[in-house]
Design a protein around this ligand. Structure first.
Ligand code: AMP
Ligand code: MG
Length: 487
């Protein structure tokens, strides 16, 4: 276990030089105070849990103090936003403080979001508000607990500094952890600005740091692109299987590691709705829930374009062609498991699609349906769940297919089935209304709710005593909360 001043830094990205990032010091926020910390994330840095409560912790993660070995940098990148190319993005309000090594030899980027203006801030104030910092923190740690790859969050630090959004709000900072902060947009930036030397240096850096095994391949860049396609196909399969809607799948928000990245107006589905648009600013529904699948491919094509100096168009196209089949295979595998199936049959895809259509028509809760399906023996479970469907005849027809399908798997022990299904079907998810309640309390200075919610979501598959209310469907006020890009 380490004290805060024992972290070891090695700033490899900073060493790439000024063409890749600008050296900027964090601009502190006033009266820093700990809102919430993730002990699990602290463990990734070998940090002693006790340090979270020290004044130094709040000072370090609010820009008041800095390690002597940290070299804070604002990264430059560009990207496609809502389908249009934006030539200059970059870290407008976040800084890569440095890369920390833990005892196991893993390295973690420490990224402080809300750390003030940078050369890439454009018209922005360089700040993040408490509300969006809490949402990023909770989502990062909740996704991780659901086994969905994501950036992690170490803590949120609140302040008395005021910032203006649609109204006056308090500034905060969130400390994000990831093995890399390189986005698709990094490659796009050097491709479109026609800087072949830097472009290649970036590619070599990413290859060496994050895809070392690809260097053994005859075409290392192609092997790397293939891995990026595979990881993103698997990631988006997990989003779709668990009802996670990212909200702003711009290419600057896509990680080369295939981890969920840059949280804004995200949402987990309450009722199943394939057409759900979680981002209030997304008028066209470009990033609706079901569009995430083709948008994943669109974004990978944007990355492919930026890799044309190294890889032939034929090879890029062939590799892009792997995305959809890989997505479908992962998705179907997850959905089979969510249904409690242990074998594969040709018609399983249809079984899933029919169920989702029925859920869509009746507005059935996407999380609780699967949880309850495992609670009891299959015939008893479907008999109970039937009441949630408006189209009872339709549901009965589906249930008959499902029960026959389960029967073909042979004898089953309900205790084992429940354990198996509950291990993949969470009871608790980060519903927007739960996040909102925690945010409302935190905005009035009470951090107990955000801490409790974080604790519940850290263990989403296990029923926790006294926490039944966290598994409930949203109340009327919490069903259609409007979450915008403003953060
Ligand atoms: P995001 O929507 O958070 O992915 O941000 C898109 C771009 O806008 C990135 O380049 C951000 O750094 C920048 N940005 C967002 N909010 C701010 C802000 N308050 N101040 C400066 N830059 C910002
Ligand atoms: Mg972003």
């Amino acid at each position: 276990m380490k004290a805060l001043d024992e972290l070891t830094f090695d700033n490899r990205f900073a060493r790439l030089g000024d063409a890749f990032s600008a050296h900027i010091l964090p601009e502190p926020i006033d009266d820093p105070r700990l809102v919430v910390a993730s002990l699990a994330a602290m463990a990734l840095l070998d940090l002693d849990p006790a340090v979270a409560d020290s004044p130094e912790f709040a000072e370090l993660f609010s820009g008041h103090k800095l390690w002597a070995d940290a070299v804070p940098r604002a990264m430059v990148y560009s990207g496609h936003q809502f389908g249009s190319y934006n030539p200059q993005l970059g870290d407008g309000r976040g800084l890569l403080l440095g890369e920390v090594y833990n005892q196991a030899g893993d390295h973690w980027d420490l990224h402080l979001k809300g750390a003030g203006q940078t050369p890439f801030s454009r018209m922005g104030d360089g700040r993040a508000v408490l509300r969006s910092s809490i949402r990023e923190f909770l989502a990062s740690e909740a996704l991780h607990a659901l086994h969905i790859p994501s950036t992690r969050a170490l803590c949120v630090i609140g302040s008395s500094t005021t910032v203006w959004r649609e109204k006056q709000e308090r500034a905060a900072m969130v400390l994000r952890l990831a093995p890399s902060h390189v986005r698709f947009g990094h490659f796009e930036y050097f491709y479109y600005t026609k800087k072949p030397e830097q472009h290649q240096a970036l590619a070599e850096h990413v290859l060496a740091m994050h895809f070392p095994e690809c260097r053994e391949q005859p075409q290392p860049y192609l092997a790397m692109f293939r891995q990026i396609v595979e990881r993103n196909a698997e990631l988006i399969a997990k989003w779709q299987a668990y009802g996670f809607c990212h909200g702003v799948m711009n290419t600057d928000n896509m990680s080369i590691l295939g981890i969920t990245f840059d949280f804004g107006p995200f949402a987990f589905l309450d009722d199943f709705d394939a057409n759900f648009i979680c981002n209030h600013s997304d008028d066209q529904g470009r990033y609706s829930f079901s569009n995430q699948v083709p948008i994943g491919q669109w974004n990978l094509s944007a990355l492919a374009q930026a890799l044309t100096p190294y890889i032939s168009v034929e090879d890029l196209q062939e590799t892009l062609g792997l995305y959809l089949p890989l997505f479908q295979a992962h998705y179907l595998d997850l959905m089979r498991r969510r249904l409690g199936l242990t074998s594969a049959e040709d018609d399983d895809q249809k079984l899933v699609e029919q169920l989702l259509q029925l859920m869509q028509n009746s507005g059935v809760d996407y999380t609780l349906f699967f949880r309850r399906l495992g609670d009891q023996a299959p015939d008893q479970a479907v008999a109970q769940l039937r009441d949630d469907f408006v189209d009872i005849k339709g549901f009965d027809a589906w249930a008959a297919l499902y029960l026959a399908r389960v029967a073909r798997e042979g004898d089953l022990d309900q205790d084992q089935r429940r354990t198996r299904m509950h291990a993949v079907n969470p009871l608790y998810i980060l519903r927007n209304y739960l996040a909102q309640k925690a945010i409302d309390a935190a905005e009035s200075g009470d951090y107990s709710e955000v801490r409790r919610l974080h604790a519940v979501l850290s263990n989403p598959f296990e029923e926790q005593p006294g926490m039944a209310s966290y598994a409930e469907r949203p109340p009327e006020w919490g069903k259609h909360l409007e979450i915008s890009c403003s953060s």
